[in-house]
Design a protein around this ligand. Structure first.
Ligand SMILES: NC(=O)C1=CN([C@@H]2O[C@H](COP(=O)(O)OP(=O)(O)OC[C@H]3O[C@@H](n4cnc5c(N)ncnc54)[C@H](O)[C@@H]3O)[C@@H](O)[C@H]2O)C=CC1
Ligand SMILES: CC(=O)[C@](C)(O)C(=O)O
Ligand SMILES: [Mg+2]
Ligand SMILES: [Mg+2]
Length: 349
């Protein structure tokens, strides 16, 4: 473990340099990893583990994602099973169903969590809000988490590019005395870039805040607000979209991703610098109360309950798809399609 300075605060992180893939394989050599659920994280983690030489099986109900598992090379009856069969055969049972799906299958999976097995999560949700999820693991199993800080789709694509995605890890219950080693080995196995330590509770609250906030919800709201104002003042869709989204993702975000916010500023005009420096605190002050509201709503379990209630409905997928369709069909995102086609690298499309 390396102690690193994060902006003046010392934190311990694990990298694949100190915890090699060979060591990870050694730690998990007697384990059968059963990945339950083959949605977004399931394929990323299962395929990376398989390519890294671990013993992996998949448990998935029949349907579209079962067929995807077959396409990805999982063989029915050999490496692809029903959820119950995989839970029976696995020694590390990985709950990679949707967070609502985990509640539904818990009563079916729990009987297979016999002494000495490990229960694995990629989110603190089920355990943190177990007053709402009903997930209370038996005392004689390890309970651990590795939470990739990004989409399962990126976990896989970055692995194939030879890069790694940062993950957090945590141990909730250490029955074997080896749970931390197993969690780190698992993280290295799925292709973590580096791993930082957390708790189930801290991961759950920061993750729900982040995705509702700057990673997804807040950014969508911010971009929409600016696009609408520009359009309402007579700017064309192409101008409004370029000035709101395209320039951000294609030109400016890569600059602050690579070398920090001041580097992005340093590469913009003095006019932009002056104005953005003045407006940043106004936006921060306007947004901070909403962020506080969001954090409280997460911390009290309110957000978890909303997600359980809506995602447990039999027609949740249809309803979500309808909301995403409405988003796609907004003028702003239809304009985006044309803008993307005009990127020089896409011009032939
Ligand atoms: N999507 C992502 O990239 C990330 C997800 N996570 C966490 O990883 C876990 C898995 O999330 P996703 O991959 O997004 O899940 P998902 O929403 O893609 O669903 C995964 C699978 O759950 C199955 N499923 C859902 N309800 C079921 C039920 N009632 N019975 C049987 N199967 C059911 C579906 O068939 C699907 O294959 C969650 O804990 C999530 O919070 C963590 C980091 C990022
Ligand atoms: C990709 C990720 O980590 C999220 C946004 O938290 C999620 O998909 O739940
Ligand atoms: Mg996340
Ligand atoms: Mg999340």
């Amino acid at each position: 473990m390396a102690e690193l300075n994060f902006g003046g605060v010392l934190e311990t992180v694990v990298t694949s340099k100190e915890f090699s893939l060979e060591k990870a394989r050694e730690v998990l050599k007697n384990e059968t990893i059963a990945v339950l659920g083959y949605g977004i994280q399931g394929p990323g983690q299962a395929c990376n583990l398989r390519d890294n030489g671990f013993n992996v099986i998949v448990g998935q109900r029949q349907g579209k994602t079962y067929d995807k598992a077959v396409e990805d090379g999982w063989v029915p009856g050999k490496t692809l099973f029903s959820i119950e069969e995989a839970a029976d055969k696995g020694t590390i049972i990985c709950m990679l169903l949707s967070d609502a799906g985990q509640i539904a299958v818990w009563p079916k999976v729990k009987p297979y969590l016999t002494a000495g097995k490990t229960l694995y999560y990629s989110h603190g949700f089920a355990i943190t809000w177990n007053d709402r999820t009903g997930v209370v693991p038996p005392d004689d199993v390890d309970v651990m988490m590795v939470a990739p800080k990004g989409s399962g789709t990126s976990l896989r694509s970055m692995f194939l590019e030879g890069r790694g995605l940062n993950c957090s890890y945590a141990v909730y219950q250490d029955a074997s005395g080896r749970a931390e080693d197993k969690a780190i080995a698992f993280g290295i196995g799925i292709g973590a870039g580096y791993l930082f330590k957390t708790t189930f509770q801290r991961e759950a609250t920061s993750d729900l805040t982040g995705e509702r906030g700057s990673l997804m919800g807040a950014i969508e709201g911010l971009l929409e607000a600016q696009y609408e104002v520009l359009r309402e003042h007579g700017h064309s869709p192409s101008e409004a979209f370029n000035e709101t989204v395209e320039e951000l993702t294609q030109s400016l975000m890569p600059l602050f991703a690579a070398k920090g916010m001041d580097w992005m500023y340093a590469n913009c005009s003095t006019t932009a610098q002056r104005g953005a420096l003045d407006w940043a605190p106004r936006f921060r002050d306007a947004i901070k109360p909403v962020m506080e509201w969001l954090y409280l709503s997460v911390k009290t379990g309110n957000e978890a309950q909303i997600s359980i209630d809506s995602n447990s409905q039999p027609d949740y997928r249809e309803k979500l798809n309808a909301e995403l369709k409405a988003m796609r069909e907004k003028e702003m995102w239809r304009a985006a399609e044309t803008v993307r086609k005009l990127r020089p690298e896409n011009e032939e499309l």
